[in-house]
Design a protein around this ligand. Structure first.
Ligand code: ATP
Ligand code: MG
Length: 390
C-alpha cells in the first residue's frame, strides 16, 4: 500500500473557513483520482492522506497532484508503527544505496502523547543513519531532509517531497468567466485566477465559417489543459462573424477592435450571469499590442457592468511564456490560427480610442439585437477530468 501525504499550507491561515476549505480539497482529490485504483482519501491530523495499492500508479498520481490548486506540497510516505526503531529502519532502507549527502531528520508529533519528544526522535534516528550508512549530519544546510510525522498509532516517513502549485482549492473563491482567445496570454490569465480557488468558465469568440475552425480546436485543447487543474469546465463557443459583419458597415476601421471587444464583453457578461460568475478575465497586457493601451482598456471597461480581471496586465511576454510552458498550454497556443479580431481591422488600430468617439460609433449599431443573436447561436461544451471520472 502506498500512502501520499498532502499538505495545504495556506489553508491553515483561513481560520473558521478551514474545515470547509479542507472538505473542498478532499472532494477535489477524490474526483481527480476517481479513475485510478485509489482506495482512500481522508484527512488525518491536519493533512490529507491518499492511499493506493498499486505502486506503479505513483507517477500518474504525482503528475495529477502537482497541478491541483490548494496543495502546497505532497510526498510519498511509508507507514510504520509509531516506534523509534521502526522509523529508523525505514529511513535507512529508503536511503540505502544512494550517495551519502549532508542530511537532517525533521520529526513532528501530531499526537503529543507519543512519549519521545521530536528533537529526541531526530537525534536517535539521525545517529543510526550516520553510523549505519555514513551520511554526514548537517542541521543548518542539509541536502536531504527526511521527515517523520508521528500520529497516534502510526508514523509516516517521508523521503522525497514534491512541490504542489499552492493557491487555494477550486470552488472556494467564487466563479469567473475567462475570454479565451487561443493565444498565449489568456490561458495563463485563466490559470492565475483559477489557482486562487476561483472556478473559471471559458468563452471563445470565433469567426467560423468566414475563417477556419483552428481557433476552436485550439481552445478545446487549452480548455482540456485547464480542466486538468479544475476538473470541470464549460466552454462557450460564440459565433462572432455576424457581429463583425455589422460592425464593418458603420464603424470606422480604426475603432473596430475596441468595438469588437466591447461587444465581446457585453456577450460574455450575459453568459457570466447565466453561470453565476461575478467577473470576467482577460489576458490583456499593457502595451503588448497596439490595441492594449490604458485608453483602450478604459474604452472597453466602459461597456462592462462587472469587474474585468486582468492578472497579466503588468507582466512581460517572457514571463508569461515561461508560465505557459510550465502550464502546458504553450505548444497549443503557438499553432498558427486566424484570429477573429484581425478580421476587417486595419494593421494600425486606434491606440487611444476616446470614450465619446467609441460610444458614438457604437450607437449606430443595434447592440441588443447583435448580442441576443450571438447568444442564441452560442454552443456550450462540458469538459471534465478525468474524462470518465465519477
Ligand atoms: P492572447 O494571447 O490571450 O490571445 P493577445 O496578446 O493576442 O492575447 P489580444 O488579441 O489583444 O491579445 O486579446 C486580448 C484579450 O482579449 C485576450 O487575452 C483574451 O482574453 C481576449 N480575446 C481576444 N480575442 C478573443 C477571442 N477571439 N475570444 C475570446 N477572447 C478573446
Ligand atoms: Mg489574441
Amino acid at each position: 500500500m502506498t500512502s501520499v501525504i498532502v499538505h495545504y499550507k495556506e489553508l491553515a491561515l483561513k481560520g473558521r473557513n478551514r474545515p470547509w476549505f479542507h472538505q473542498v480539497l478532499v472532494r477535489s482529490l477524490r474526483t481527480l483520482l476517481s479513475d485510478l485504483d485509489v482506495v482512500h482519501v481522508a484527512s488525518v491530523n491536519g493533512r490529507i492522506e491518499v492511499r493506493f495499492p498499486d505502486e506503479s500508479q505513483w507517477g500518474e498520481v504525482k503528475a495529477r497532484l502537482a497541478r491541483l490548486p490548494g496543495i502546497a506540497n505532497f510526498a510519498r510516505a511509508v507507514q510504520v508503527p509509531a516506534d523509534v526503531d521502526a522509523m529508523a529502519a525505514v529511513v535507512i532502507e529508503g536511503l540505502r544505496g544512494k550517495t551519502p549527502r549532508p542530511f537532517r531528520i525533521r520529526a513532528k508529533r501530531a499526537d503529543k502523547r507519543f512519549p519521545v519528544p521530536s528533537p529526541e526522535i531526530e537525534r536517535r534516528v539521525g545517529a543510526r543513519v550516520h553510523t549505519e550508512l555514513g551520511w554526514p549530519v548537517n542541521l543548518s544546510n542539509p541536502d536531504v531532509t527526511v521527515r517523520i510525522e508521528v500520529l497516534t498509532v502510526d508514523a509516516f516517513v517521508i523521503i522525497d517531497r514534491e512541490q504542489g502549485v499552492g493557491g487555494l482549492p477550486i470552488g472556494t473563491g467564487g466563479k469567473a468567466l475567462c475570454l479565451l482567445s487561443g493565444g498565449i496570454d489568456s490561458p495563463v490569465a485563466a490559470w492565475r485566477i483559477l489557482r486562487r480557488g476561483v472556478k473559471v468558465q471559458l468563452v471563445h469568440f470565433h469567426s467560423y465559417p468566414i475563417l477556419d475552425q483552428t481557433s476552436q480546436e485550439k481552445v478545446r485543447e487549452l480548455a482540456d489543459t485547464l480542466t486538468r487543474c479544475q476538473l470541470r469546465s464549460r466552454l462557450y463557443l460564440v459565433p462572432f462573424g455576424p457581429v463583425q459583419k455589422q460592425v464593418v458597415v458603420t464603424v470606422p476601421p480604426a475603432l473596430r477592435v475596441v468595438i469588437y471587444r466591447r461587444l465581446m464583453v457585453r456577450i460574455a457578461q450575459r453568459i457570466a450571469e447565466r453561470v453565476h460568475a461575478d467577473a470576467l478575465i482577460t489576458g490583456d497586457v499593457i502595451g503588448q499590442v497596439a490595441s492594449q493601451t490604458i485608453e483602450n482598456i478604459r474604452a472597453i471597461d466602459d461597456a462592462a457592468t462587472m469587474p474585468i480581471l486582468r492578472p497579466l496586465v503588468g507582466f512581460d511576454k517572457e514571463d508569461i511564456t515561461l508560465e505557459a510552458i510550465r502550464l502546458g498550454t504553450y505548444q497549443t497556443s503557438i499553432i498558427p490560427d486566424q484570429d477573429c479580431c484581425s478580421l476587417f481591422t486595419p494593421r494600425y488600430p486606434a491606440t487611444r480610442a476616446g470614450i465619446e468617439q467609441v460610444r458614438a460609433a457604437e450607437a449606430l449599431l443595434d447592440v441588443e439585437a447583435l448580442v441576443a443573436q450571438a447568444l442564441q447561436d452560442t454552443v456550450v461544451e462540458e469538459r471534465r477530468f478525468p474524462p470518465k471520472g465519477k
